[in-house]
Design a protein around this ligand. Structure first.
Ligand SMILES: Cc1cc2nc3c(=O)[nH]c(=O)nc-3n(C[C@H](O)[C@H](O)[C@H](O)COP(=O)(O)OP(=O)(O)OC[C@H]3O[C@@H](n4cnc5c(N)ncnc54)[C@H](O)[C@@H]3O)c2cc1C
Length: 286
């Protein structure tokens, strides 16, 4: 049962931050509420105050500026899955959003809430890692920009300070002759394993490649050793090395045994998904 709480409705980011600073551990940011209200209903946590940030204007927009797509933290999964700018300039992101959760959760759940909750079985963080995203974290006294690599600390834990909000996700557009893919596998409500790849070709060779694995372990992570097994090679040689890169990615994914499957099983699936995703991005680049 949901216990009584007070709803604060700030209209600016500094106001929201001040409320969070004033009430400390007894307050939490409330966006779509799909995670927060569940946790409170289950009695896993109780907050006396919820700071509803949905009345703060312009936090849900998607814009392009100087080769960077800026996604407001309050944009819902549903709106992102059908956003015209994303469909045109970053289709891999819109495609990933179409398969987050179910229609009810997509309708109200926000990208910011997804990242800030840091539930390990989630999709966007993994893809954002290979896209080189940066996050804007803001509070009353100012804002900072951090690479997404530095955001997740552990399950349900990020570097966000108590009075800080995630306001924006900045994603650079892919350069020419580049593509990215995100594939996932799962049979429960949330994904069991997610793999993202981005690839840039220089003629017939791999100029740059990024590999990230999510859901398998405590946080989504870049797997640089797998990237090194592919970078600088001809596409043919890289395609032949993809099995080796997949084994490395599985090993380095920090997979744990849980309800979604054993560590060995997840490591195997990482290799399978990496091979498929790599084949897809090679085709798209060409
Ligand atoms: C049944 C179900 C299935 C799901 N399946 C998937 C799936 O397949 N893939 C996937 O990726 N996710 C999945 N999810 C997770 C879903 O994407 C998230 O629940 C949703 O995005 C959270 O957003 P919200 O706005 O509802 O967050 P809220 O519940 O409002 O907030 C979540 C947490 O983040 C904090 N917070 C929210 N916004 C901010 C902000 N801007 N700044 C600072 N802190 C903030 C809140 O204080 C809270 O601690 C699933 C969830 C459910 C319930």
């Amino acid at each position: 049962m949901l216990r009584r709480f007070r709803l604060e409705e700030p209209e600016t980011v500094p106001e929201a931050s001040e409320l969070l600073a004033r009430y400390g551990d007894s307050a939490r940011v409330y966006a779509g509420g799909t995670e927060l209200l569940l946790v409170m209903k289950e009695g896993l946590a109780h907050y006396e105050r919820l700071v509803n940030i949905k009345k703060i204007p312009n936090l849900d927009t998607v814009k392009q500026d100087n080769g960077v797509i800026s996604i407001g933290a309050l944009a819902t999964h549903r709106s992102l899955s059908t956003d015209a700018l994303l469909e045109e300039r970053l289709p891999v992101f819109a495609a990933m959003e179409k398969h987050v959760a179910n229609i009810r959760v997509r309708e109200v759940g926000t990208i910011g809430g997804n990242l800030c909750f840091a539930e390990p079985h989630a999709d966007p963080g993994t893809l954002l890692l290979v896209l080189g995203a940066k996050l804007i974290l803001a509070k009353a006294s100012g804002r900072r920009e951090i690479p997404i690599e530095g955001f997740f600390v552990g399950p349900y834990e990020t570097v966000l300070e108590d009075d800080e909000l995630l306001t924006e996700i900045r994603v650079p557009l892919l350069p020419a002759h580049s593509a990215a893919a995100y594939l996932k596998f799962g049979y429960l409500e949330r994904p069991s394993v997610g793999v993202a790849v981005s690839l840039s070709l220089d003629g017939a060779s791999v100029r740059d490649v990024r590999v990230a694995v999510g859901c398998a372990g405590p946080t989504p992570r870049r797997i640089e050793a797998a990237e090194e097994a592919l970078r600088g090679k001809s596409v043919e040689d890289a395609s032949e090395s993809i099995g080796k890169a997949g084994a490395i990615a599985g090993r380095e994914s920090d997979a744990i045994t849980d309800l979604h499957g054993s560590k060995d099983y997840k490591e195997h699936i990482v290799g399978v998904l990496l091979k498929r995703a790599f084949t897809q991005v090679v085709e798209q680049c060409r």
